[in-house]
Design a protein. Structure first.
Length: 305
């Protein structure tokens, strides 16, 4: 069953059509990443799904309800982690979670949520004393305290150092293990690669690609780059015939782009073994999710918030 179903969604602001008839579904228990450069329509789409912005056209269903009319019945089942938020700075972590938990009919235990986000040693600390990363963890705790079926995560690890990002990924993975449905927006391609079951890329208000991170945009069928150093004394002309692709010199290495990496490796390694040589610095690289993202959005680089 779909936790989110979007068909023909449109939204314009005056002459600017921010969302231009997009379609996608998010299955129950799935982590779905919505990617795209700034201005692609991500925020508008998510705000419509959350029920905070009206749509101009199209059908939207969230947990079986129209978010424009779902009201409290929907909000009690949804958690939202905004990209930035303000809290009651003079309250402690425990106090603000107990306050927000009181808005829900069946909240998770405050202590359990605090431990889940790794703030156990800060439970009694005033919010104004927390570091940026700790406040972001509190944002996540506030999204979880109502024990939602569906969690919206808007740039959840913005501003985190690499270690904190990895810990947050582990937390998100644990939420998936609990059967929670997650809609994630992020500018970090490695985050989408590691967390998302499926991905949709928005550009100029349209979905330009959707699928698993490994298959998006034909990534699983695109050219593979094989690179290696020639053995001592060997020249480019010494490479064996029958390679599926043309070897090209690149600084101190040779690069070969091919859609038949298995065959290319068999020919190359057989040649090297017959010579009693090693192919030093041998690497095999498929197009990355970032490569596909840049190609599909025509962006010079992913924009980090």
């Amino acid at each position: 069953m779909a936790a989110i179903r979007v068909t023909g969604l449109r939204k314009a602001y005056g002459e600017l059509e921010a969302v231009r008839g997009i379609d996608f579904e998010v299955a129950e228990g799935e982590c779905f990443a919505l990617l795209g450069p700034n201005g692609a329509g991500k925020t508008t789409t998510v705000e419509i799904l959350e029920g905070y912005r009206d749509r101009d056209a199209g059908e939207v269903e969230v947990l079986g309800l129209d978010p424009a009319r779902g009201g409290r019945a929907l909000r009690e089942r949804v958690g939202i982690v905004l990209q930035s938020s303000g809290h009651f700075r003079e309250l402690s972590v425990r106090e603000v979670l107990e306050l927000f938990g009181g808005y829900y009919p069946r909240p998770r235990a405050t202590g359990e949520v605090i431990d889940l986000v790794g703030l156990g040693d800060k439970a009694g600390a005033r919010i104004k004393t927390l570091s940026g990363g700790q406040q972001r963890r509190l944002d996540l705790a506030l999204g979880l305290v109502g024990d939602p079926d569906l969690l919206f995560l808007d740039e959840p690890t913005t501003g985190f150092d690499p270690s904190a990002r990895r810990r947050s990924w582990e937390l998100i993975e644990s939420l998936r293990a609990l059967g929670k449905t997650i809609l994630l927006t992020t500018h970090y391609m490695d985050e989408a690669q590691n967390l998302a079951d499926r991905v949709a890329i928005l550009a100029a208000g349209r979905v330009v690609a959707a699928g698993t991170p490994d298959s998006l945009g034909g990534r699983d069928e695109g050219e593979t780059l094989i690179a290696f150093r020639l053995p001592a004394g060997a020249a480019l002309d010494d490479l064996p015939p029958g390679l599926p692709g043309r070897p090209e010199p690149r600084e101190d290495r040779v690069e070969l782009r091919t859609t038949e990496p298995t065959r290319a490796l068999r020919v190359l390694t057989g040649w090297a073994l017959a010579r009693g040589e090693e192919l030093d610095a041998l690497t095999v690289t498929r197009p990355s999710l970032e490569d596909v993202y840049l190609r599909l959005t025509n962006a010079p680089e992913p924009a980090h918030a």
